[in-house]
Write a protein that binds this ligand. Structure first.
Ligand SMILES: [Zn+2]
Length: 90
């Protein structure tokens, strides 16, 4: 019942090697990304992965909570949610 052929064995070995190399490649990419993230943001350090994932300060927008509807809207350019008592224009 063991229908092993050289072709099947070689194919299986090839698949194993490809997957193994793929994982090694992914690991290298991850390591390199972490290194770039650490070195690319001097001064912000110490956060490592978390700091790298955070957007730059220029992209961060302060959000304020509407006292009427409770929705968070951008502090700059806030627009009304549509309710009458909403403190924002719109
Ligand atoms: Zn509102």
């Amino acid at each position: 019942m063991f229908g092993f052929s050289l072709t099947k064995i070689l194919f299986t070995l090839a698949v194993v090697v490809i997957v193994w190399q793929g994982y090694k490649w992914l690991g290298r990419m991850q390591t390199r990304r972490d290194a770039i993230a650490r070195e690319g943001a001097p001064g912000t350090g110490r956060g490592g992965r978390a700091a790298a994932a955070a957007p730059s300060p220029a992209e961060v927008e302060d959000m304020v909570e509407c006292t009427v509807c409770g929705a968070f809207v951008p502090a700059r350019g806030a627009v009304s949610c549509g309710r009458g008592e909403c403190p924002y224009p719109g």
